[in-house]
Design a protein around this ligand. Structure first.
Ligand code: GDP
Ligand code: IMO
Ligand code: MG
Length: 412
């Protein structure tokens, strides 16, 4: 096997429909990181981190914030709800997390979510099952040249000229004052960090199948959550991105509407939903459950150029007697071996499964690959074979320490 030299920057990308456990993995890796930079989305994301006895869900602020020496950036590719930004800072301070304009910076070029975006999303987002946080309407305004950049938001003259007559003006004027100290030119900071070989994590929100271009359109979010979003959402050249870590759940979940070929409608799905505590971190909605889908995995590897995988929630599958891995979609008499974003196919295909035996041992205290039960190893090996990339991290619980590194050469 070719020798792989350790990367100095890693893009962390969700491989499915979000909620793969990116927050936990980024927090784990961030211990060694100089910078964690979010590149897409907004407070539709919910990234959960369990540190000590605390469980914190962040929607906007990057998952490196729990480490004293890590700089956290919110890139130009995001849509920022100022109210959420301020409340998250307050909440983190309550948890005694150090946070100020030296370890948290927001791009002057990010766009702002305003009250009318949220109202519009509440009215129109039902068909997709959006998070109703105003994400789509804010990106739509950006594309329609009605967007409001953060630097305009914090500039009293510009903001007053545009919104002085709006009823939200007074409240949002105060938000603007509160955000001002955090605003800076993040592209310049990012390029300095990358050019000086600092350890940088590019934090993705959502996942490959929620990408506006490469996902299961129209049941998608409104930004590029695939690796290309790193470049446009942070101002980094493609050749500077050194490695891509795909985060992938040991089974599949989806919140919101849209096709889900391996969705489990029998009682096993309910069992996994309960064991995995699968409720949306942003909206609290019950997540839909499905078997592992190798077609999606291969697709995410292709679209993102994934070097290695972090597989999460393996512990949840303990006590599931028979595990299914989808290896094809039967559609109109043919078996498709590759994923497609064609809605007709996704809605009407029948998954072809390979069945593997499960295991009964509790994995949450396992800290090395050798100690995993044989059937868990077989399950992981089969996934690696089908996706054609190695697994570098196995997560066996929500806490930092519940993490097994199998291929350190892909990590810091
Ligand atoms: P994200 O949006 O990709 O950051 O993921 P979420 O935070 O929305 O959802 C993942 C959920 O799974 C969170 O509640 C995490 O605390 C939890 N989690 C992450 N990794 C593991 C794991 O390996 N095992 C278990 N049991 N829970 C995990
Ligand atoms: P993280 O970063 C899971 C889903 C919504 C809906 C669709 C469009 O936590 O993985 P939007 O409000 O973005 O216009 O909704 O996308 N969605 C997510 N699902 N995890 C997320 O983020 C999501 N962000 C958006 O449920 O189906
Ligand atoms: Mg989430």
């Amino acid at each position: 096997m070719a020798k792989y030299s350790k990367p100095s920057n890693i893009a962390v990308i969700g491989m499915e429909w979000g909620d793969e456990g990116k927050g936990k993995i980024i927090d784990f890796l961030a211990e060694k990181a100089d910078v964690v930079a979010r590149f897409n989305g907004g407070n539709n994301a919910g990234h959960t981190i369990e540190v000590g006895g605390d469980k914190i869900v962040q929607h906007l602020i990057p998952s490196g914030i729990y480490h004293k020496n890590t700089l956290n950036l919110i890139g130009n590719g995001l849509v920022v709800d100022p109210r959420v930004f301020i409340n998250e800072i307050k909440n983190l301070k309550k948890h005694h997390i150090k946070i100020n304009h030296e370890n948290l910076i927001v791009s002057q070029n990010a766009h702002v979510i305003l009250p009318h975006h949220i109202e519009e999303d509440k009215k129109a987002g039902g068909k997709i099952g959006t998070t109703a946080r105003g994400i789509g309407p804010a990106y739509t305004d950006k594309a329609a040249r009605f967007g409001l950049k953060v630097y305009e938001f914090v500039d009293e003259t510009i903001f007053k000229k545009r919104f002085g007559n709006e009823e939200f003006y007074d409240v949002y004027k105060d938000y603007a004052e509160a955000i001002k100290p955090y605003v800076n030119d993040t592209s310049a900071i990012m390029n300095y960090a990358v050019n000086h070989n600092q350890k940088v994590i590019f934090e993705g929100a959502q996942g490959t199948l929620l990408d506006i271009d490469h996902g299961t359109y129209p049941f998608v979010s409104s930004s590029n959550s695939t690796v290309g979003g790193v470049c446009t959402g942070l101002g980094i050249a493609p050749k500077k991105v050194q490695s891509v870590l795909g985060v992938c759940k040991a089974y599949k979940t989806r919140v919101g509407h849209g096709p889900f070929p391996t969705e489990i409608t029998s009682g096993v799905g309910t069992k996994i939903q309960k064991l995995g505590k699968e409720f949306g971190a942003t909206t609290g909605r019950q997540r839909r459950i499905g078997w592992f889908d190798a077609l999606i995995g291969k697709y995410a590897v292709m679209i993102n150029g994934i070097d290695s995988i972090a597989i999460t929630k393996l512990d949840v599958l303990t006590t599931i007697k028979k595990l299914q891995i989808c290896v094809g979609y039967k559609y109109k008499g043919k078996t498709l071996k590759n994923f497609t974003t064609n809605m007709k196919v996704l809605q009407n295909c029948h998954p072809v499964y390979e069945e593997l035996d499960g295991w009964w041992d509790d994995l949450t205290k396992v800290r090395s690959y050798d100690k995993l039960p044989l059937n868990a190893k077989k399950y992981l090996r089969r996934i690696e074979q089908l996706l054609g990339v190695p697994i570098s991290i196995i997560s066996v619980g929500p806490k930092r320490e519940q993490t097994i590194i199998t291929r350190p050469e892909f990590l810091f």
